[in-house]
Design a protein. Structure first.
Ligand code: UDP
Length: 321
């Protein structure tokens, strides 16, 4: 069976990708420095290498052990922090990723699936966003993702490797079977913050802006279940290995849900009111961001299983029960 290296495999999305691949019978090697990942996310059956993507010799060692494909999810992802400390993001997200590409080329590893982001598009000029939408990131985090897409594109044109760039919209949810229990430390995203409010770990949720041009005034996003994302990684892997061609696709449901709708749905699921208030808009937040993911459907035969936001939120709440 193919040996798949999951870089950043102990993180939130990486752990779900691990589960998907292990369930399908792949040999999985998790490579993670545990700076934000968690050892409890390394699942039974996976091999584990604790090392950083800044460690070129550790990358070389693992790449020379016979790897059929790499899935690269190791990155810093706090948008606000990327604007305050760009060097940290240049080092981890750009230099670290280039180290991976170079180690792959050196060891003739031909396939990489890369975690990209809707952040590469910047402010939407139209919605839903397809892959032809202009690329114009408005934060440094989004730029680092695009920089690696461009490098993979060059390496691919030069015959060194094939890549799948997966542009995630808002990843949410947890594995429905309860196999993955590691929570993110110091979460910055909406749903984990809501769960901290629901469980009393945090006093209240601030909803950033209620005067947007949307039906209830709060921002609309495209929330995609992490297990659906994981499934797309496995399909992308097989596409690369069978077709030997590169691709870039959006991954979202195409459905938009507002912050207020998320809050209301969560209150229904947990059976109590959440403490929240309305705060000023967060800089750089578009009113609406949804995906056109028809290309992923066409090229990968991928479509999300989760299309109901209540079902998605329930999988997160299950972790607290
Ligand atoms: N949001 C919010 N309060 C929070 C965190 C997020 O109102 O404490 C909103 C944010 O403005 C956005 C949505 O929730 O409209 C999703 O934000 P998140 O940071 O999870 O993801 P992003 O869309 O920025 O990638």
């Amino acid at each position: 069976m193919e040996r798949i290296l999951i870089v950043g495999g102990a993180g939130y999305i990486g752990s779900h990708v691990q589960k998907q691949l292990l369930d399908e019978g792949f040999h999985v090697i998790v490579y993670d420095d545990l700076s934000s990942g968690d050892i409890i996310n390394v699942l039974p059956g996976a091999d584990f290498v604790k090392a950083s993507i800044l460690d070129k010799s550790a990358l070389k060692d693992v790449m020379s052990s016979g790897i059929d494909a790499v899935i690269h999810l190791a990155a810093k992802k706090a948008v606000g922090e990327s604007m305050i400390n760009p060097s940290l993001y240049a080092e981890n997200n750009i230099s670290g990723s280039l180290n991976i590409l170079n180690a792959m080329v050196e060891n003739n590893v031909k396939n990489i699936v890369f975690s990209s982001s809707a952040a590469v598009y910047g402010m939407p000029q139209y919605c839903p966003i397809d892959e032809n939408h202009p690329i114009s990131p408005i934060n440094y985090y989004g730029y680092t993702k695009f920089a690696i897409e461009e490098n993979m594109n060059w390496f691919s044109q030069l015959g060194k490797l094939n890549y799948a760039a997966l542009r995630y919209f808002n990843a949410v949810g947890y594995d429905a079977s309860g196999a993955i229990r590691g929570k993110e430390r110091n979460p910055q995203n909406l749903l984990p913050i809501i769960m901290e409010v629901a469980t009393g770990k945090r006093e209240k949720l601030s909803i950033f802006g209620n005067d947007y041009d949307t039906p209830d005034g709060t921002c609309i996003r495209d929330y995609i279940h992490v297990s659906d994302l994981a499934k797309a990684h496995s399909l992308a892997l097989k596409y690369l290995m069978n077709k030997k061609q590169s691709l870039t696709v959006n991954l979202g449901t195409g459905m938009g849900t507002s912050v207020k709708e998320i809050v209301d749905a969560t209150e229904k699921i947990i059976g109590k009111k959440l403490n929240y208030d309305f705060a000023p808009r967060r800089p750089g937040d578009p009113a609406k961001l949804t995906a056109n993911a028809h290309l992923a459907q066409k090229l990968l035969n991928w479509s999300p299983d989760y299309t109901c936001i209540e079902d998605i939120i329930q999988t997160v709440w299950n972790l607290e029960l």
